[in-house]
Design a protein around this ligand. Structure first.
Ligand SMILES: Nc1ncnc2c1ncn2[C@@H]1O[C@H](COP(=O)(O)OP(=O)(O)O)[C@@H](O)[C@H]1O
Ligand SMILES: [Mg+2]
Length: 266
């Protein structure tokens, strides 16, 4: 890719649809197999080195990420706290292979994203990354279990074991009594729990949560961070939660601060 192309305002690579995909695919890119290898040198789930992201807005240029160095290990919950406009969503977009950085290196489970084509990035998002967004992004007409099964069924996986896994994940997040409920029959906190369970369905190496507590009250916010901590430790994903909300920080393994695109406390 030419430097000129890298410098343009980056678009969402491959569209948003693959980010809700949660099904391990047969054509998962090869280096991912390192994860199941021996205990030898196992790459960190997420490594970002000297990452810069500039957005171009007409003639103006905004430096959204200004030299990010961040490594997150499997089973670790890192909370990044920063005010509005500090670069939180930009950080997750780059870590989640949705945007290419202007410069710097991003590796997921040892795979350098800089060397991947759009289709390979989409496959990596589908196979290795789970996303949780501010408002959950659930489908209004589907039950909790169906939210988890949707992508699996669309991609032709056998439904029976997947249904068991979906139900188990929902029980794990405290929704055993809500399996057949639709979003309008769930509270805001319960909807976010479904979103977390759905993000875990594909056994992601990396779990990225962008202000998942934005619509919740303080007590529910702290519970959501606690839940992400429990699920991170249980499933061994590397989790990055970005937020402007100080509730529940004690549940993080590490807390970093983002100001003007720069991380401190690493
Ligand atoms: N697509 C874009 N085009 C131009 N500027 C952008 C774009 N996306 C984000 N920005 C700018 O980049 C900075 C960081 O934004 P963002 O990552 O959304 O921060 P946060 O999620 O912490 O609110 C802000 O100054 C924002 O206005
Ligand atoms: Mg944001």
């Amino acid at each position: 890719m030419s430097p000129r192309r890298r410098a343009r305002p980056a678009g969402v690579e491959g569209g948003l649809a693959p980010v809700v995909a949660a099904v391990p695919a047969a054509d998962a890119i090869a280096p991912v197999d390192n994860l199941s290898g021996s205990a030898a040198v196992r790459p960190s789930a997420l490594e970002m080195e000297s990452v810069v992201l500039r957005h171009r807005d007409g003639t103006d240029e905004v430096v959204a990420l200004d030299g990010i160095d961040l490594t997150v290990g499997s089973g670790e919950l890192v909370v990044v706290i920063g005010p509005s406009g500090s670069g939180k969503s930009s950080l997750l977009a780059v870590a989640g292979a949705l945007l290419r950085p202007t410069s710097g290196t991003v590796r997921i489970a040892g795979t350098d994203l800089g060397g991947l084509r759009r289709r390979e990035l989409a496959a990596l998002r589908r196979d290795r990354i789970g996303f949780v967004f501010q408002t959950g992004g659930l489908f209004p007409s589907l039950t909790a279990v169906e939210q988890l099964l949707l992508v699996a069924e669309v991609s032709g996986q056998k439904p029976a074991p997947l249904r068991e896994r979906a139900e188990q994940l929902l029980r794990d997040v405290g929704l055993g009594a809500r399996l057949g409920h639709r979003p309008d029959q769930l509270s805001g906190g319960e909807r976010q729990r479904v979103a977390v369970a759905r993000a875990l369905m594909g056994r992601p190496a990396l779990l990225l949560a962008d202000e998942p507590t934005a619509s919740l009250d303080r007590a529910r916010s702290a519970e959501m961070v606690e839940l992400l901590s429990e699920q991170t430790h249980r499933h061994g994903a590397a989790t990055v939660l970005v937020t402007h909300d100080p509730d529940g920080l004690s549940h993080a393994d590490r807390v970093l601060t983002l100001v003007d695109g720069r991380l401190t406390g690493a």
